[in-house]
Design a protein around this ligand. Structure first.
Ligand code: NAD
Ligand code: MG
Length: 359
């Protein structure tokens, strides 16, 4: 088992990473002993893994209840959140109760937000079951739900007490979801650690074959990188922006196609190719490095071209991106593999990139 500590002073917590952690009563007991516990999952993940988690929790907890939410981003809203509150109130859960999020980022974000506001804030544990959730959404404490007018517009920062990333759960993950998680993994290497990017490139066949050792190494290093960035910028005032590498273009693709058409990681895959191309046009990155990144993204099973829209459409979609400042989007660019910076880019260079990467 590997451990990564997210350093946030009195809110610091541990991410435990390995195979079979769902069954590790010893890891859970120190936090859940004597407490009311609610496992919050969804109708896809609960039948696969909730019984094992319950068995690990039950001997030490005061009681364990289960809440199974409907599956999907479309359900990440107030109505679903209320189903969690209904269950907690019906079972008279008090302020010392603890929630355990068992699922992907959707379950994690909703459960974390429920914990942030139930009786003005209770503890929660993350048990992420997608690669994306293990390397990204379970690290950093952002929780929330969607509003009809915008994704993740309602939320809170609320850090978990513990994250158990059981890479064994990834065995049942659909292939597209696995690749989507790899987009964020490649991103971590690209923005922060060239040696890690090398290692991920070499490990891609093993990762796609869901080799537990390769997955655990990768989840651990990605969590370290994200935790390092978040630890120095918990509330997203500066450095944390580099985690948006590939996301300005990616969000335009997601918004233009309608959310859900491409998975987020797929849009980020094509978006990173675009951001690397733009970095090259601005003289920050050499062509060989941009080509290598593109090859790694393709080898991970991700798209490397955006939808063939006119540049105007992309520019319009990017100007409404929430990270845009007064309409001019800033881009996370690479000054070499492993080093990111945030810059405004001249409009003509952006259009050249779009012509080349979304032909
Ligand atoms: P998801 O939670 O929708 O999971 C993807 C699909 O895989 C779902 O159908 C799910 O039921 C299924 N699934 C999950 N684990 C499985 C398993 N082990 N076996 C089989 N099927 C499984 O999607 P996601 O990519 O994990 O998360 C996306 C969400 O995360 C978005 O809502 C996004 O906004 C959020 N997010 C949050 C943060 C953050 O910092 N809080 C960061 C990135 C993304
Ligand atoms: Mg992302």
């Amino acid at each position: 088992m590997r451990e990564v500590v997210v350093p946030l002073a009195q809110r610091s917590y541990t991410i435990a990473i390995g195979e079979g952690l769902l069954d590790r009563r010893d890891l859970l007991a120190p936090i859940v002993a004597g407490r009311q516990v609610a496992i919050v999952s969804n109708v896809t993940v609960a039948p696969l893994y909730a019984a094992r988690l319950r068995a690990a929790l039950e001997p030490d907890a005061d009681c364990v209840i289960e809440v199974a939410l409907p599956d999907g981003e479309a359900h990440k809203h107030w109505g679903t959140l209320n189903a969690i509150f209904d269950a907690l109130l019906e079972h008279r859960f008090d302020r010392s109760a603890i929630l355990v999020a068992l699922g992907g980022g959707v379950v994690g974000d909703m459960t974390g937000f429920a914990a942030a506001v139930y009786q003005r804030g209770i503890d929660f544990i993350q048990v992420p079951t997608t690669l994306l959730a293990q390397v990204d959404s379970s690290v950093g404490g952002k929780t929330g739900i969607n509003h009809p007018l915008g994704k993740n517009m309602i939320g809170a920062f609320h850090q978990p007490r513990l994250v158990l990333a059981d890479v064994g759960c990834l065995a049942t993950l659909p292939e597209r979801e696995l690749s989507a998680g790899l987009a964020e993994v490649i991103k971590h290497g690209a923005i922060a650690d060239a040696a890690y990017l090398d290692a991920v490139e070499r490990a891609l066949p093993a990762l796609l074959a869901r080799d537990p050792g390769a997955l655990a190494d990768t989840v651990a290093r990605s969590c370290e990188i994200k935790a390092g960035v978040v630890g120095s910028d918990e509330r997203e005032s500066g450095l944390r922006a580099i985690l948006n590498f590939g996301h300005t273009f990616g969000h335009a693709i997601e918004a233009g196609l309608g959310y859900g058409e491409w998975l987020h990681g797929e849009a980020v895959g094509a978006g990173m190719v675009m951001a690397a191309d733009l970095s090259r046009r601005l003289g920050l990155l050499d062509a060989a490095a941009a080509g290598r990144l593109r090859d790694a993204i393709a080898a991970a099973g991700l798209p490397v071209r955006g939808p063939a829209w006119p540049a105007d459409r992309y520019v319009e979609l990017m100007s409404v991106d929430k990270k845009a400042e007064r309409g001019t989007p800033r881009f996370v660019l690479l000054e070499g593999l492993g080093r990111a910076c945030v810059r405004r880019a001249p409009d003509d260079a952006v259009r050249e990139t779009l012509a080349a990467c979304a032909p």
